[in-house]
Design a protein around this ligand. Sequence first.
Ligand SMILES: Cc1cc2nc3c(=O)[nH]c(=O)nc-3n(C[C@H](O)[C@H](O)[C@H](O)COP(=O)(O)OP(=O)(O)OC[C@H]3O[C@@H](n4cnc5c(N)ncnc54)[C@H](O)[C@@H]3O)c2cc1C
Length: 382
Amino acid sequence: MAYDVIIVGAGSVGVPTAMALGELGIKPLVIDMHPSPGQGENKHAIGGIRATHSDPGKILTGRRSLEIFSTWQDRFGDDIEWLKGGYVFPVYRKKDEQLLKGLLPVQKEFGLNIDFIEPQSIQQLVPGINSKGLRGGTYSPEDGSISPLLAVNAFYQRALELGATFCFKEKINRILVKNKKISGVVTDKNTYHAPVVVDAAGPFSPELCKTVKVKIPVISDSHEGAITEPVQPFFQCMVVDMRPAPGSKNYYFYQNKHGQVVFCITPDPPIIGKDKRETSEFLPQVCTRMIQLLPRLKNLRVRRTWRGLYPMTPDGSPLVGWNRKVKGLLHATGMCGQGLMLAPGVAELVARMVAGETTASDGLILKEFSPHRKFKGQEALK
Ligand SMILES: Cc1cc2nc3c(=O)[nH]c(=O)nc-3n(C[C@H](O)[C@H](O)[C@H](O)COP(=O)(O)OP(=O)(O)OC[C@H]3O[C@@H](n4cnc5c(N)ncnc54)[C@H](O)[C@@H]3O)c2cc1C
């Protein structure tokens, strides 16, 4: 069976990429080992969507993604639980204040609506937040949240309408290469041919690319998330506490459209690997910190926890670009902890690359996301 493009993975990136290709008249084949869309890491995301990053490429990609998520229901009718609650980074340490204030010029230059606001304004946005030592914080009112599974399924329906084909419960065992050019993939059920393979395999990209002797710097690590029972809404924004504590870096939480508080934390040191079994350390660790920050959360009952993977790169920015060794292999992976919020923008970029229609601002993004870049430094808000 022959296609123009094969996408590996019907996840956060693969599904909107199929949709974006469809919008340009290209009908891809998408293959996933799971039985339906979003069953890899997509459904593990807590749903935070922001464009307020620190590097121009991520800001531009995030802005486009935000536009797609926030206008989806008006344009296509599906409720993806978009909630424009904004992001708040409350600050208690001088060095965090300096870091966040230092990012504002580039964030504003690239069109973001964000400012450093007074402690009183933070208290209005997050009623009951611990005021001791609160120095203020950044607020970006246009950011928000969605339901990852509702969004990926909405994109899936749209991709089907535009002519994409999806094969589920099918594992790709290897990529096929002939004379250093992509010729297709071999799954546990079939062989499919195409001149372009998009690597949207997330944490499994290294294994996939290894089948054509391509090494890519994606290392997965485990993160846990949780959701509470629903209660009357009392705050809407995503709250990101940047401070570290023993065993963890930042943590973040928001109250979704149903009134449930959804949260997760960044372990320190990272828990490298692909273990998705929940731990008994996570809830005591994150809840202690959340209650110190916002004591009124203390009576909430947690309904469910889960554990998923971040496909991490050395500098915290994605890997998007053509492979130099294997012609036709296009990487769209390494989304770290931001694959949901970047995916629709990345998808359109990938589609333009396949169609040979990239723009000047794509050039800037592609330089930042290049799989062949030197991995110096770290994105400040990764
Ligand atoms: C606790 C937690 C909270 C998070 N919160 C957020 C958040 O608030 N906002 C945000 O933006 N991000 C968040 N993330 C990160 C986000 O989930 C990931 O960055 C994103 O889902 C990665 O997208 P992806 O398309 O690269 O991978 P996936 O969504 O995992 O898609 C890859 C797909 O490829 C398939 N696949 C791989 N290899 C093969 C193969 N050989 N054959 C067939 N199929 C294959 C997999 O089955 C999978 O479905 C969070 C993650 C976790 C764990």
